[in-house]
Design a protein around this ligand. Structure first.
Ligand SMILES: [Zn+2]
Length: 457
């Protein structure tokens, strides 16, 4: 089943030609409508007519969230990235960001429709269609994800129950019999626990598909959810900047809607593309269909996420658009000496199946450094279902095996005593994340003199 069969199954040659056609139009649109790009092309001596192919994008500088902030009030008089008249702007969004100063994005109604098309394709590729009822637990408002999914549902004729959060009365599940839920790993686990406490079985709820949006997760988390809900669990990747990619029925990478958004994967120095199969940074450019307009236009935008292109061949589902691995946030990657680890690696340790007999899945991590000898401690606080009866040696062994699975260097440092891993087992609601507001920060780096670094500096 396809949402837009012609474009989703277009052959590679035609798809590449379409992409280049749209690159040319988008660059032209940027030069004519975006105050930022008009100046930027001049400043960097770029002739927009010379940007014709995907490889030519390499010659354009890369912009980041900081570039957007520096080109909007209060740093700049007007919004330099706004690329349409104020009276054509349908909605204005801000992304909160970690720096505290939000980035502004302008959307036309057609921007919304294109965003919704990307989600509609993903939903249909996951088997959703007419007659499905989906509870959206993601929040509505400044965040575009939930609204985009709701518009996508309109396109494919399914029903949305816009809860906007995961805490809702179970009658929603009992009375409306949703066939799908959109939320996060932790929301689905909590919901399942809430149901069990009220003597309801998630397995018998009628939910056929779970869609995890906007976060990377470990395969261990997926299989645990699949087991407790007794259904398929799909991943989607989306952002206000317009990356909306989704796993299809094959659950083997996320399809990128290549005709609407162009993703290049760059090497650590952000100088060149990496080969398919190699990990790199996702650099995004919007692609406008010829004749279309947009509210905010981004070219070569650094998403600060990393991924790997796993295939540009035709997928078993019939789609020809390329597939990428679950993207990870660079901001959730931490370094211990020369070894990086991501939040997902921690979850690979926490969500080992046997651990879930004892744990709720909720956890938090603190990284500390001992000043006298530089030894690093990774303290992992885990919430237990029943602290008295938690089998600590089993959980410890499983955690270490899962966490260090793909980390030979860290394993060595752990074995040599340069890295201490301390697991703490806490009662329900004792974790510090419960006392912090907003999105829980799972990993807190307390190392004072530690040089903050990333692979991409
Ligand atoms: Zn596929």
């Amino acid at each position: 089943m396809f949402f837009n069969k012609t474009i989703e199954t277009i052959n590679r040659k035609e798809l590449d030609a379409l992409v280049e056609n749209r690159i040319r139009y988008t660059i032209k649109y940027a030069n004519e409508n975006s105050p930022f790009y008009k100046k930027w092309f001049r400043k960097h001596n770029i002739n927009p007519n010379q940007i014709k192919t995907h490889a030519d994008l390499l010659n354009l500088p890369i912009i980041s969230g900081r570039t957007i902030r520096n080109n909007q009030p209060p740093k700049s008089q007007d919004f330099q990235f706004r690329s349409i008249d104020w009276n054509k702007v349908f909605t204005i969004h801000e992304t909160s960001g970690t720096s505290g100063s939000p980035k502004t994005f302008f959307f036309t109604w057609n921007d919304w429709k294109r965003y919704a098309e990307k989600y509609a394709r993903a939903f249909v590729s996951q088997g959703f269609g007419k007659g499905d009822r989906v509870v959206v637990c993601a929040s509505y408002g400044m965040n575009v994800g939930a609204n985009t999914m709701t518009l996508a549902a309109k396109k494919i004729g399914m029903t949305i129950i816009p809860e906007g959060k995961c805490v809702f009365p179970l009658r929603v599940i009992m009375n409306y019999k949703p066939t799908g839920l959109v939320g996060s790993v932790f929301k689905f686990i909590r919901l399942a626990r809430q149901m069990s406490q009220e003597k309801k079985r998630p397995l018998e709820s009628g939910v056929k598909r779970l869609v995890i949006g906007g976060e990377s997760f470990a395969e261990e988390s997926r299989s645990y959810l699949a087991e407790i809900w007794g259904c398929k669990v799909f991943n989607t990747y989306g952002s206000t900047e317009g990356t909306m990619c989704g796993e299809c029925s094959q659950i083997d990478g996320l399809h990128v809607p290549e005709d609407l958004v162009h993703l290049d994967i760059y090497n650590p120095s952000l100088q060149d593309f990496v080969k398919d199969g190699e990990c790199g940074r996702i650099i995004l450019s919007e692609l406008l269909p010829v004749g279309e307009k947009t509210g905010t236009l981004l070219l070569n935008y650094d998403t600060e996420d990393t991924t790997v292109v796993c295939s540009r061949d035709k997928c078993a589902c019939g789609r020809t658009h390329m597939k990428i691995l679950n993207p990870q946030r660079e901001a959730e990657t931490f370094w211990i000496n020369d070894s990086p680890f991501n939040r997902v690696d921690i979850e690979q340790g926490v969500f080992q199946r046997e651990n879930m007999e004892y744990l709720t899945g909720e956890y938090e991590v603190f990284l500390r450094e001992r000043p006298k000898d530089g030894a690093i401690t990774l303290s992992v606080n885990m919430e237990c279902l029943d602290q008295e009866n938690c089998c600590i040696p089993i959980v410890e062994e499983n955690f270490l095996r899962g966490f260090l699975k793909f980390k030979p260097k860290l394993r060595r440092e752990y074995e040599e005593g340069k890295l201490k891993i301390a697991l703490n087992f806490l009662r329900e609601k004792e974790l510090q994340i419960y006392r912090s507001k907003g999105r829980p920060k799972r990993i807190v780096d307390k190392r004072q003199f530690h040089l903050k670094r990333t692979r991409f500096q």
